[in-house]
Design a protein around this ligand. Structure first.
Ligand code: B1M
Length: 210
């Protein structure tokens, strides 16, 4: 198998030290950090999700795979951030209330930082009140929300409502994403944009800020 396939297998099998080693080898061989990320580490998590859905994997295995993914991600991260320019704007980013999935959210933070934005990461399980407090404190240009569960998607709408109720909506550009999220859903809750992946989050932010 080639290196990218081996990285995928390592993540699926939850082998953190192996994924770290393979990722380092790939980078040492001159493979681009984006390639390692988008063709090695990230697609593996989709396979993990399928296995969970089929009942082949339990939550413990999903967690071990996530840990293996992070062992590679931690090596790729500094390389993606190295071309940082001066700040183009500020984004508050978090996974919404009730939702603990943080890999996609962390990729959005990384890509936004790499794309020249200042990022305030509120972590996971961020309540509407937490977003409101952060927007008051940091006065960002963007709020970006991530949700991976159909049950927590609704909290994106609640957060937008809370921002409106507090008079903070007008100057804010709100973007949403995550596996179950769609453009149609974004329209239905009054978000300014939807992004299918972390790279697109940056492209759309760039379009809105220029
Ligand atoms: Co969870 N889980 N999980 N899980 N998990 C999913 C999401 C699921 C689809 C698996 C499945 O059944 N096939 C399913 C959801 C079903 C549904 O609601 N439709 C599910 C479930 C059911 C659950 C639990 C409820 C299981 C249980 O307890 N019975 C539970 C919920 C816990 C909670 O949140 N309250 C749970 C728990 C977990 C773990 C903790 C074990 C672990 C998370 C570890 C962690 O994040 N640190 C986990 C994992 C790993 C997954 C899967 C396998 C992988 C998610 C992931 O990291 N993907 C996932 C299966 C899947 O997604 N196919 C699954 C990789 C990541 C890069 O993709 O986050 O989509 P993603 O981000 C993408 C884009 O969506 C986009 O950019 C990224 C790529 O560049 N993006 C944005 C994301 N956010 C954005 C925001 C933006 C823009 C773009 O703003 C502008």
């Amino acid at each position: 198998a080639n290196l990218l396939e081996e990285i995928q297998e390592g993540v699926i099998n939850g082998q953190a030290p192996r994924v770290k080693e393979l990722t380092q080898t790939a980078l040492d061989q001159g493979m681009g950090p984006q390639t390692v990320l988008n063709e090695g580490l990230v697609p593996a998590m989709a396979v993990v999700g399928e296995k969970f859905q089929k009942g082949e994997f339990f939550i413990s295995e999903m967690m071990i795979s996530a840990r293996a993914m992070y062992s590679g991600l931690n090596l790729v991260k500094p390389l993606l951030l190295s071309q940082k320019a001066e700040s183009k704007g500020k984004a508050v980013v978090a996974t919404v209330q009730g939702d603990l999935h943080d890999i996609g959210k962390n990729l959005v933070c990384m890509m936004m930082e790499g794309g020249g934005y200042e990022v305030v990461d509120l972590g996971v399980n961020a309540t509407p009140d937490k977003f409101v407090a952060a927007v008051k404190e940091h006065r960002p240009d963007f709020v970006m929300m991530s949700a991976l569960l159909t049950t927590t998607m609704a909290n994106m709408g609640k957060t937008i409502q809370a921002l409106s109720d507090n008079g903070l909506r007008a100057n804010l550009k709100i973007g949403i994403g995550g596996a179950p999220v769609t453009q149609r859903f974004a329209d239905s809750i009054g978000a300014d944009f939807y992004a299918a992946d972390a790279g697109e989050a940056v492209t759309k932010a760039n379009m809105l800020i220029s």
